[in-house]
Design a protein around this ligand. Structure first.
Ligand SMILES: NC(=O)c1ccc[n+]([C@@H]2O[C@H](COP(=O)([O-])OP(=O)(O)OC[C@H]3O[C@@H](n4cnc5c(N)ncnc54)[C@H](OP(=O)(O)O)[C@@H]3O)[C@@H](O)[C@H]2O)c1
Length: 245
């Protein structure tokens, strides 16, 4: 994986992933909302060994810009091996419940922006007939829970979409990966108490590097989330409500 594009590149998880790719001499194209953070990430990656890093600042909720942003990936990299979608926002479930506009904004950043990008990226990858298209999903999408069902609904929609894309693009030798992450200690989760099940961006990035080289389909990271979520999905509603999980 030498030619890599990342949307939401300044996220803690994506930045950790980019640092590993840089050390292997990758050519990278980074898209993110914060132009200053994007520039300093690019400079850091070049210092770490990236062959070349280009950047495109963009608010990814502005879907009318997506065709252009995707065209720029192919201009910068010519033949991308991997495009990773890593942007997102956990937001506030309580505020989403009280206010439809807040809820719609959450769905826009966590679902609609992804589907818009994936539509354009799928078309390009189908023509290219190689490469890997990956997006960061979440175990929150595996079962609706009172604490985060708006974010969870967006991630569930994303996972379903990626499942369909995987079937569509397999004959074109394009791998599609749904990276279903558990809890990771990043700015997004800064307000949570951390415990046994938590992981770090660096650990997740190492696993992503390994799986994105050859896997397709749904990958739980860390892997213990697969049996854990199978169990949580199997629990009866009344028990989930009583346990408050
Ligand atoms: N942390 C976890 O426990 C966890 C678990 C499962 C899945 N995930 C997923 O992992 C991915 C990365 O999250 P993270 O944990 O690394 O959190 P993070 O460091 O807070 O990163 C979130 C990124 O999304 C970007 N973003 C938000 N709204 C945007 C917009 N409108 N346009 C462009 N970029 C936007 C943010 O940009 P700004 O810096 O400009 O705000 C930031 O770079 C997300 O998809 C998240 O849902 C995280």
């Amino acid at each position: 994986m030498q030619h890599i594009a990342v949307f939401g590149a300044t996220s803690a998880i994506a930045s950790a992933f980019c640092r590993l790719a840089a050390a292997r001499g990758a050519v990278m194209h980074l898209v993110g909302r914060d132009a200053t953070a994007l520039q300093s990430l690019a400079a850091d990656l070049e210092q770490r060994g990236a062959e070349r890093v280009s950047t495109a600042p963009a608010d990814l909720c502005e879907t009318e810009r997506h065709s252009r942003l995707v065209a720029e990936v192919w201009q910068a990299l010519r033949h991308p091996d991997l495009v990773l979608l890593a942007h997102g926002s956990l937001g506030s479930q309580a505020r989403c419940q009280q206010d439809w506009t807040t809820q719609r904004d959450m769905l826009n950043i966590n679902l609609i922006s992804h589907l818009s990008l994936l539509t354009r990226l799928a078309e390009r990858f189908e023509d290219q007939r190689s490469g890997c298209l990956a997006a960061i999903g979440s175990v929150a999408g595996d079962r609706g829970r009172a604490s985060n069902y708006v974010y969870g609904a967006a991630k569930a929609g994303l996972s379903c979409y990626l499942g369909g894309l995987q079937q569509r693009l397999a004959p074109a030798a394009v791998r599609v990966v749904d990276l279903r992450l558990g809890r990771v200690d990043t700015p997004m989760t800064s307000e949570f108490d951390k415990g046994l099940l938590w992981s770090t961006p660096e650990r997740i990035a190492r696993s992503m590097h390994r799986v994105l080289r050859h896997r397709s389909g749904t990958v739980y990271l860390p892997g213990y989330w697969r049996p854990l979520m199978a169990l949580i999905r199997a629990l009866p509603n009344a028990l989930v409500r009583r346990l408050g999980i």
